[in-house]
Design a protein around this ligand. Structure first.
Ligand code: T4K
Length: 374
């Protein structure tokens, strides 16, 4: 340990962006005046329209969190049987598939982007396959064009878990325009948040009434319930937070970009560290800063030693979903994903992280990996 590099304050993997307090309470006055707290209130509607415009998508529906939004997306598309998906993701993705009564079939990932390897999808398709659920992990877009071609050829639906990808664009096209439905998480730990929250984007207008109904107990009119729905409505306090954060999100992403560059500068020459590459066709949102170490032991040692410096990195995503005991599957079928998951560490990344702190974290890592550059 190098004592002079120990932080006096705790640095977590992320820290939520909070808006101006006065701006938030000003919006809450409307809630008090109208006495409308949830169930499609006026702030909810305003937020829905503004966030739809911001993401440049034709249709958007809001939910109380990303996980339930994803479950509802799968139910709305009336899927059956098997769904091809990635094991390198948060538990939510696989659980949503299972909770929708579907069987997750795990496909290996690309060693560079950590996203589902589109070239390995077709061999997993069976007569029971109804969809592909891919994740834009850490905000890096999947190979959306290859996935679209496979889906068309085999008549499959495509759902993107875009939990990490708020504001990402491919050649100027909002990432929420790809696939049948995309899900964005608006959780406090994300690039953009509404405390808790979820958003589905889609092109097919006819999905809108089904999604609205599924998040409201399956009710379709005062005297009819046509679906086995749930309660996944976004309330007015969440919508107010979303409206406030929309004001600053572009600037927040720029600040994250500065943090990202400072990390790249500090870590790019380390031979033990693999960084996510940047694609010039992609407008990034710098949601996470993952590094892949050369071995599992090196990753676990760095994870522990960073805590001594007051730096709390996270092993996103370890273990892999196909190693969860509840699925009775194994990561043996997905060796690339296993290697990444065993060796990955996500470093602190948020808009308000000081550049000097990023440089210090990079210096700690260089020192601890024995690659201290004079
Ligand atoms: N799909 C994917 C690919 C996802 O990553 C997620 C969620 C979902 C679907 C589901 O979306 P949601 O239903 O959540 O909308 C966190 C988040 O809770 C979760 O939203 C996120 N992915 C996941 C990657 O990260 P944990 O268990 O790591 O959270 P926690 O409480 O340990 O917090 C992480 C760090 O953030 C801590 O260092 C402390 C800091 N923090 C957290 C909160 C909540 C704060 O400083 N303030 C806060 O208010 O899951």
């Amino acid at each position: 340990m190098k004592n002079e590099l120990i932080f006096k304050h705790r640095i977590n993997v992320t820290q939520p962006k909070l808006p101006d307090y006065g701006m938030y309470t000003e919006l809450l006055k409307e809630v008090w005046e109208k006495k409308w707290l949830t169930n499609d209130g006026p702030l909810h509607e305003r937020f829905r329209e503004q966030v739809r415009d911001m993401l440049m998508v034709p249709q958007a529906e809001l939910f109380t969190n990303g996980h339930l939004a994803l479950e509802i997306a799968l139910k709305a598309l009336d899927l059956t049987g098997e769904v091809i998906t990635t094991p390198f993701t948060f538990a939510s993705t696989t659980h949503a598939i299972a909770n929708a009564g579907l069987k997750p079939v795990f496909c290996d990932v690309d060693p560079i982007t950590y996203n589902i390897d589109a070239t390995k999808i077709e061999r997993l398709i069976t007569p029971d396959t109804s969809a592909i659920v891919a994740v834009h992990v850490f905000g890096t877009p999947c190979d959306v064009f290859t996935i679209e071609a496979i889906a068309k050829k085999h008549n499959l639906k495509v759902i993107y878990d875009a939990a990490h990808a708020f504001g990402v664009e491919i050649n100027g096209v909002g990432i929420g325009n790809f696939g049948d439905i995309s899900m964005f998480s608006l959780h406090a730990t994300k690039v953009f948040h509404s405390i808790e929250g979820g958003l589905l984007t889609f092109k097919d207008e006819s999905l809108s009434p089904i999604l609205k109904s599924l998040k409201n107990f399956g009710i379709t009119s005062p005297e009819s319930v046509d679906y086995v729905g749930t309660n996944a409505k976004m309330n007015e306090f969440q919508a107010a937070m979303g409206l406030c954060n929309l004001e600053t999100v572009r600037n927040d992403i720029q600040m994250r970009g500065n943090v990202y560059q400072a990390y790249v500068e500090g870590l790019k020459d380390l031979v033990s560290v693999q960084l996510l590459p940047q694609d010039t066709a992609v407008k990034a949102n710098y949601a996470y800063f993952p590094i892949v170490l050369r071995s599992h032991e090196m990753r676990d040692r760095l994870f522990e030693v960073l805590k001594g410096y007051n730096v709390f990195a996270r092993k996103y995503f370890y273990p892999l979903c196909n190693d969860f005991s509840c699925y009775h599957t194994s990561s043996k079928e997905t060796p690339i994903a296993k290697g990444i998951s065993d060796n990955i560490l996500c470093l602190p990344m948020y808009a308000d992280l000081e550049i000097a702190d990023v440089k210090q974290i990079a210096e700690i890592i260089s020192f601890e990996l024995g690659e201290h550059l004079e």
